[in-house]
Design a protein around this ligand. Structure first.
Ligand code: ANZ
Ligand code: ZN
Length: 800
């Protein structure tokens, strides 16, 4: 995932890009053609805020940050395809974002609608539903979001709801991310019923229910505060004022508690509707718990079987009719009327067959509102003509540029234009820019053909390159970015150019956060600044200066206010990028939180020094460091032993790089390999040692590229580069095998057995080992010996 150019690289970036770099190098060494690109998600609000604070233009601020962060990325030793670099704020990029918008418009997947929108009163912009948190606050400013009615552009992502669900079964993504997407799409299958208004010929009330089999238990109808019936003249005049002020209050509550659970309240309209089966008169309430934008904004109240309805019925003294027996999964005979004894599916068929209800699939997913009243974004390439309505900007006139000065971007002079269709001179440009999530919904395809001036990317490049084999990035994008990118990919496939797959990211590696060591005063809980702490000279313990007490230590998200941040540049300056990389990979499995502990970093510096030492020692002995063992070589016992270890560890390293879940074992296996070589006690030089040492340096290359390359070329003086090949591990049989010994199924230990003696392993264990003496010999009659796994496990069954 490309970064937002906020100004400084943080540890989270170092973690993501170390992961991708290491894997890119590993696959390149195997001879694969790997694309490992980098770019900048460069539009967005912080640039405008910085501009206001510092008097520098958003463009300059952004470009400066990009230059700075590019330098920082290079410090990490990343092997990136800089020739594919892109920034979403460049004209060469956003002209294509605009072309894609026009394509969406042409295909009726972009449309304009007057909508009650989420209005952020601090940032003065509209927000998508996804950008409002569960407390009804803006994800960015934290302000309580207000509702406003405005004409806005939407993308019809709901057309793809079913495909977006189905595609999740094809991808190798973490289960929890897939589940979050499924919940967001929120497919629900049920029925729609129509309740005619009693004693009037007004519009009947439609309800969506996921429990059609409970229809006989309906005792009231509940409508949302913005349901049309609230303002209908059918509401008796004596109730009107009360109903409307109640509805206004409920609406406000709903905006405040977007999805939380306030007490259920309601006000009777003084109207009733007719039950479609019984003909009973059902009272209608306007309530605070029925949401305007789900289903039809009206609910059939079944207090016996729905908790919300139960709470509402109780406070409004409404009857409760039990109609469903959960145990048998059938409608009750006494109250079920024509549905008596039916299962859910039977009831649905009956209701559909008799025209009482229509089967309906409902999604929680809403269309994507993309208009933003911001300056620093991709301008929406549309023109509003008094005669023609919305007209797309002709392709030849793209890009519609971001004006140079931030000023007032809804400036009427700037916006005035001629209609490209009818030449009406009173046309006006759309003043808004697109949600920045649009920019990031297609950049991965642009990487495949980044310099194409005509089209976003050529069909052949897209065919050859898609999908992204491995996408590494933060779990915070589990819903928004990933869902939008999936939608765009499906749209591209359907309407721009066919792709080999409609899922953009075959495998997702969602990396965990990096937490910093956080010091707090044990009593007050106050975060402590570094100078408020001291280290005991004798014990090395840290304590709070003012009290002499130890601080309370936790690991928390790095932040300025907690004084727990660690700057990548400082770490790299102190230890070098290889050490930082090795530490980051080793400290935690990639999908888990990484607790940054400065004290542990130095261990990795020591390891690299050890490797350096081994190589210098070997080079100091003189003679070429051979890369293959001569065929006539007489292997010593020790050489054989080392060779087994080298190949076993090599196999484990290859496996962890293939199957990314256990990547954290990769550096520690390299350390084991180093130990194995350190303990090798050869008198003169050994070709097996040379080959093993060379192997170690090759296996290190994806993780610690700088040192590996230095050692390869300048110390070992091997030809080519350390990247030329990823060696293959050999299947070597050890001379000595570890055998697990059990007595009556209970493990009593392991013994080393020479391979030649494996055939008679039971005698050997019984007669010649300590375990044999302690647990078997003379401890009873050996009734049976079970030998499994080619002799690697022996179980002695003893009896009297
Ligand atoms: C009757 C009923 C009986 C319901 C019962 C539930 C249980 P999901 O599964 O999320 O789709 N509902 C429908 N529209 C609503 C709205 N605009 N605001 C709030 N609630 C709404 O939920 C569908 C259920 O949520 C529907 O099924 C309806 O209540 C309620 F034992 O109808 B049910
Ligand atoms: Zn026109």
């Amino acid at each position: 995932m490309f970064p937002y150019p906020s100004g400084d690289l943080h540890m989270g970036h170092v973690r993501v890009y170390t992961l991708s770099d290491m894997l890119a190098r590993f696959h390149r060494m195997q001879g694969k053609h790997v694309i490992h690109p980098m770019g900048w998600d460069a539009f967005g609000l912080p640039a405008e805020n910085a501009a206001l604070e510092r008097g520098i233009s958003p463009r300059d601020w952004t470009l400066r940050n990009i230059a700075h962060m590019k330098g920082q990325l290079q410090l990490i030793g990343l092997d990136l395809d800089w020739e594919r670099e892109l920034a979403t704020c460049q004209e060469e990029y956003y002209r294509h974002t605009q072309a894609l918008f026009l394509k969406l418009w042409e295909k009726r997947l972009a449309y304009r609608k007057e909508a009650v929108v989420n209005w952020d009163p601090v940032d003065k912009t509209v927000l998508a539903n996804e950008q409002v948190d569960s407390e009804g606050k803006s994800w960015r400013s934290g302000a309580v979001v207000e509702k406003k009615s405005l004409e806005q552009w939407f993308f019809k992502i709901t057309d793809y709801a079913e495909e977006l669900l189905a595609g999740l079964d094809q991808v190798d993504w973490p289960q929890e991310v897939k589940q979050m997407q499924r919940n967001w799409i929120g497919k629900s299958q049920g029925m729609q019923f129509t309740f005619p208004l009693s004693a009037s010929n007004g519009e009947p009330i439609q309800v969506f229910t996921s429990r059609p089999e409970t229809l006989m238990g309906v005792t009231f109808l509940a409508i949302s505060p913005s349901h049309p019936l609230v303002t209908s003249p059918l509401v008796p005049s004596s109730n009107r004022a009360t109903v409307q002020s109640a509805a206004a209050a409920y609406l406000k509550q709903q905006h405040q508690f977007a999805t939380s659970d306030p007490p259920k309240e309601g006000t009777p309209l003084g109207l009733s509707a007719t039950h479609p089966i019984t003909g009973a008169q059902i009272p209608i309430y306007v309530t605070n718990y029925v949401l305007p934008d789900y289903g039809s904004g009206a609910v059939m109240g079944v207090p016996a079987h729905d908790d919300r309805d139960a709470a509402f019925a109780q406070s409004n003294k409404l009857p409760v009719i039990h109609v469903w027996d959960a145990e048998s999964g059938r409608v009750l005979a006494q109250t079920g009327g024509p549905l008596a004894n039916m299962s859910r599916t039977d009831a649905m068929s009956y209701l559909a067959a008799n025209g009482i209800g229509q089967p309906k699939t409902q999604y929680r997913l809403r269309d994507w509102l993309v208009s933003r009243q911001r300056y620093w974004g991709c301008p929406i390439p549309m023109i509003h003509c008094p005669t023609c309505g919305p007209v797309g900007v002709p392709a030849a006139d793209l890009p519609v540029r971001v004006p140079d000065a931030m000023g007032d971007f809804s400036d009427p002079v700037r916006l005035k234009c001629t209609c490209p269709k009818c030449q009406n001179t009173n046309a006006r440009r759309d003043p808004d820019t697109m949600d920045t999530f649009v920019d990031s919904s297609w950049y991965f395809m642009r990487y495949l053909d980044p310099h194409n001036t005509k089209v976003p990317f050529s069909p052949s490049a897209a065919r050859a390159g898609m999908a992204v084999d491995l996408y590494v990035g933060g779990i915070e994008h589990a819903i928004l970015h990933l869902l939008y990118a999936r939608f765009f990919t499906k749209f591209v496939h359907d309407h721009v150019t066919p792709l080999p797959t409609t899922e953009p990211f075959a495998k997702l590696l969602a990396q965990g956060m990096v937490h910093g060591k956080t010091m707090r005063d044990a009593h007050s809980g106050k975060y402590l600044k570094p100078h408020e702490l001291e280290v005991d000279a004798k014990t090395g313990e840290v304590r709070v200066k003012s009290s002499g007490m130890p601080p309370r230590v936790t690991y928390e998200k790095m932040s300025k206010s907690k004084y727990n941040g660690v700057a990548p540049e400082d770490v790299i300056a102190a230890y070098g990028s290889d050490v930082a990389r090795a530490y980051i990979i080793a400290k935690a499995p990639p999908n888990q939180v990484l607790e940054w502990d400065e004290d542990a970093v130095v261990g990795w510096a020591r390891w690299l020094n050890r490797v350096w030492g081994l190589v210098s020692e070997r080079v100091g002995k003189g003679g070429p460091v051979v890369q293959v063992v001569p065929s006539g070589h007489k292997w010593t016992k020790e050489e054989k032993q080392v060779w087994v270890t080298v190949n076993e560890l090599h196999q484990q390293i290859s496996t962890s790089l293939e199957n990314t879940a256990t990547l954290n074992t990769y550096p520690s296996n390299l350390i084991k390999l180093t130990h194995a070589l350190s303990s090798f006690t050869f008198a003169s030089t050994s070709p097996v040692y040379d080959v093993s040492l060379t192997r170690l340096i090759q296996l290190m290359a994806p993780l610690t590229p700088s040192l590996a390359q230095e050692l390869w070329t300048n110390q070992l003086t091997h030809s080519g580069t350390v990247w030329d090949t990823w060696p293959r591990p050999e299947q070597v049989q050890a001379d000595v095998v570890q055998v697990v010994v059990q007595v009556n199924g209970k493990t009593r230990g392991t013994v080393s057995v020479e391979r030649e003696r494996l055939a008679n392993v039971q005698e050997y264990v019984m007669e010649e080992t300590e375990i044999g003496e302690k647990w078997i010999r003379g401890k009873g009659q050996v009734k049976k010996v079970v030998v499994v796994n080619g002799g690697k496990l022996v179980n002695f069954i003893l009896g009297k």
